[in-house]
Design a protein around this ligand. Structure first.
Ligand code: DOR
Length: 445
């Protein structure tokens, strides 16, 4: 008998755009070919998913995988393996590597390094500088490019566009939605002594305070309105920016991270010390509540992890000599599933924030929904599973997580790329087969 499908996922609850439906999914040639009741005679490999939920593959639109130049912290193989173990099927990787991804050659180099070594699908950002500002319109259309990333405030690495004049040039140079690290460099420099005098990570959110973030976001929105360029504000951390961004949804989309939704000052610095240090910082409960308001009222478009591994040796220096950033690609989904279990988030909204939202705002071809014709990139989760997150589970080369010791309810049990399982029961399967992502506004691969 010739099988109708290559693979059939049987009896799971599929989170479709229309809601959760108990249905089988028939997969042919890497794409979803049927959703509904599929007869046992349809053939193909069968994956039993009764009691499980099938989600469109989780897309993490902010990760730092450190290759080239920082392979002691992470590389494209280890970072993407961490991704699939956490139920993530695609990542957008950031340009602050060494050398930074600021040219066509550097972008091509990352794509060739990823070929045959990336466990999940991927796209790479190009970083904006004053030198490449006028070439970005061309660079951002390259195959496998996620778009342009701008650091308005200094963070890890040397990428920086601090002044409005250069930012205006960058914004005028292209058309795709541009991703922004929104902290005001001038205020960061003026206040740096707060960190230096304190020598204590508790001062981190005081140095890089809420005003530092909102000041940059106000400047950004003014320039976005002036130039007509759409922007995506990464890792928003303040209640006030959520309110402001809610008034500018025609210009700006919004990311928050699981760590800003889950941890808060001062407790995180008491418990985790410099492991909780990141930019922009983890803030107090008022701001955390503001981010949850943005989840509830729809202002937030995506949750990205800002996976930013640093070694524990680097983290054990004295603050502020310690690097900012924490790993997160592997824990993004378990942490959000736990928020679902606690009633803070519906599964439908989780899918919007981790898959459909990314596809919608960045124009991803074939991703972000369980629908006929879409790629069979799927994440199967057990909403009942109770598991402890531990450093030992972490595949990232840095070998730690800020969520070590936390027990969560909800766990990814299978990650599937183009109809092939690449993770099952915490094991990576087969060989790395991740592909470059395709965008409606970029050149196709
Ligand atoms: O904390 C952070 N770490 N924020 C950033 O913007 C960069 C990142 C990194 O690359 O380490």
């Amino acid at each position: 008998m010739i099988a109708t499908f290559d693979v059939v996922i049987r009896g799971g609850t599929c989170v479709t755009p229309g809601g959760g439906v108990r249905a089988d999914i028939g997969i042919r040639d890497g794409r979803i070919a049927a959703i509904g009741e599929i007869g046992r005679d349809a053939g193909g490999e069968v994956i039993e998913a009764a009691g499980l939920h099938v989600l469109p593959g989780v897309i993490d639109t902010q990760v730092h995988f450190r290759e080239p130049g920082g392979e002691q912290k992470e590389d494209l193989e280890s970072g993407t393996r961490a991704a699939i173990l956490g139920g993530v099927t695609a990542v957008f990787e950031m340009p602050n590597t060494a050398p930074p991804t600021t040219s066509a050659a550097a972008l091509a180099d990352k794509l060739s390094r990823a070929a045959g070594r990336a466990w999940c699908n991927h796209a790479f950002y190009v970083g904006a500088t004053s030198e490449n500002a006028d070439e970005l319109g061309e660079l951002e259309r390259a195959a496998g490019c996620a778009g342009v990333k701008v650091f308005m405030g200094s963070s890890t690495g040397g990428l920086l566009v601090a002044d409005d004049e250069t930012l205006r040039r960058v914004m005028r140079s292209g058309t795709r939605r541009m991703a922004i690290h929104s902290e005001d460099e001038r205020r960061l420099v003026e206040r740096r002594r707060i960190a230096e005098e304190a020598r204590d990570v508790h001062a981190h959110p005081e140095w890089r305070d809420a005003e530092t973030a909102i000041r940059a976001t106000r400047r950004l929105l003014a320039l976005s309105a002036e130039t007509g360029r759409r922007v995506h504000v990464l890792h928003v951390t303040t209640a006030d920016e959520i309110t402001l961004l809610g008034e500018h949804k025609a210009l700006a989309t919004v990311e928050v991270t699981p760590q800003h939704l889950t941890l808060e000052a001062p407790d995180c610095y008491d418990r985790l010390g410099t492991r909780a240090q990141m930019n922009p910082p983890i803030r107090d409960g008022r701001h955390r509540a503001g981010l949850w308001t943005g989840i509830a009222n729809g202002v937030v478009d995506v949750v990205g992890s800002d996976h930013a591994p640093h070694t524990l040796a680097e983290k054990s220096a004295e603050y502020p000599g310690t690097p900012s950033g924490m790993p997160g690609v592997q824990t993004l989904l378990p942490i959000l599933l736990d928020h679902c279990a606690a009633g803070r988030l519906s599964l439908q909204r989780l899918v919007d924030l981790t898959s459909a939202g990314a596809a919608r705002i960045f124009g991803l071809v074939g991703k972000g929904r369980i629908a006929v014709g879409f790629d069979a990139d799927l994440t199967i989760v057990d909403l009942q599973a109770r598991r402890e997150i531990s450093d030992g589970w972490i595949a990232s080369r840095c070998g730690w997580t800020p969520f070590d010791g936390i027990t969560v309810t909800g766990w990814p049990v299978m990650t599937m790329l183009a109809g092939t399982a690449v993770m099952r029961d915490d094991q990576a399967l087969g060989a790395p087969a991740g592909q470059p992502l395709r965008f409606f506004e970029g050149r196709r691969v």
